[in-house]
Write a protein that binds this ligand. Structure first.
Ligand code: COI
Length: 354
């Protein structure tokens, strides 16, 4: 449990919830009624408040807009059969947010501000947590610089905001990915392990080229040789080759995915052999060609478990085995869903009940 801090609450006079078609929720377009906000005044996090979700007033010289000093997180809340709200692994997101903040020279947040802000916000907007299959309340905490200053230095002031949005699936079908061998997402010593806004901006141009060629997403390779798989645009990636689950190790070029960690924990429990090691493009292509690649999938909060249907590499597309026969990823998807919605035992204490 968290002690509730002194949070000033201003409720909306006009809830928008009746306008929402919960049976057809797109990803990331509909926002719940309220948001939590805290300010960093140069010395401490202060002015904690919940207010209606609304536009922000920003200086055109806001340093985050110019130099990208901004980090974010993504997590999800669900409802159990009793209608209680369950948040999946919020402490892990809190820790990763602070890691990202440190890398980007942003002041870290105390845990009680993160958890009280989150829980008080969700108490107020609990009716926005959907309960139909494949839906969730997506939660977006983020911190960004607010100095009105265009010299290059870390900002002295910041805002921490949490807003939420009911969402359906991020990908509506198994994904087609292209292995990227020209552009890079992250380099050793860079910011790849941080959930930093600029990482996503830098990925857009190569991702657009892939999308124009008919793929949903890229699979990034290492910037030095482009021979080793790193992660995909919205998720970590895993391959079941023979009876071994293989995924790239966490490094300073790869995001430490919370869904990734949950999947590895489950697969280990079920007795799968697991290798967290460098995965070469060559071995993946060879495994597809010789029939030993049984499954490939992405793991992420927004994407959940995204089956990979096809991999493109150097002008050739490789179809992967049918989705129905994929024992591990289908089991992981089902089990994680059951844990998140309180229908299966939560052995690892992943679920935080509001
Ligand atoms: C998430 O999965 O929560 C992410 O932050 C990915 C984002 C690109 C939607």
């Amino acid at each position: 449990m968290v002690d509730t801090l002194n949070i000033d609450i201003r409720r909306t006079a006009n809830s928008r919830i009746k306008e929402v078609d919960f049976a057809n929720i797109p990803f990331g377009k509909v926002y719940a009624d309220h948001m939590f906000v805290a300010d960093y005044d140069g010395k401490q996090w202060t002015n904690l408040r919940i207010q209606p979700y609304e536009y922000l007033r920003l200086s055109p010289a806001n340093s985050a807009l110019h130099y990208g000093q901004s980090v974010f997180e993504g997590m999800k809340a669900y409802k159990n059969e009793e209608g209680e709200v369950l948040i999946f692994r919020p402490e892990a997101n809190f820790q990763r947010l602070n890691k990202s903040a440190e890398r980007m020279c942003i002041p870290t947040l105390p845990e009680d501000i993160f958890m009280s802000g989150l829980t008080e916000l969700l108490k107020l907007d609990k009716d926005w947590v959907p309960s139909t299959p494949n839906t969730a309340l997506y939660i977006r905490p983020f911190i960004f610089a607010t100095d009105e200053y265009i010299g290059i230095r870390a900002s002295e002031t910041y805002k921490f905001i949490i807003f939420t949005c009911p969402v359906g699936s991020y990908y509506s079908e198994p994904v087609r990915v292209k292995i990227e061998t020209k552009y890079s997402r992250a380099v050793e010593g860079g910011t790849g392990a941080a959930k930093a806004a600029g990482n996503y901006a830098a990925s857009l141009f190569p991702a657009r080229k892939a999308q124009q060629a008919g793929y949903h997403q890229l699979v990034w390779t290492d910037a030095r040789s482009h021979q080793y798989i790193e992660e995909s645009g919205t998720m970590n990636v895993m391959f079941l080759i023979g009876d071994t689950l293989i995924t790239s190790p966490i490094s300073d070029t790869i995001l430490s995915g919370i869904t990734r960690n949950s999947v590895l924990t489950l697969a280990r429990e079920w007795g799968y052999k697991i290798e967290e090691r460098k995965v070469s493009v060559k071995e993946v292509i060879e495994a597809i060609e010789n029939g030993t690649l049984k499954e490939a999938f992405g793991t992420g909060t927004a994407a959940t478990i995204a089956h990979i249907a096809l991999i493109g590499h150097e002008d050739k597309d490789y179809e992967l085995p049918p989705i129905e026969g994929r024992e591990l990823s289908n089991r992981v998807l089902k089990t994680l869903d059951a844990i998140k919605t309180g229908r299966a035992e939560d052995k690892w204490n992943w679920v935080y009940k509001l």
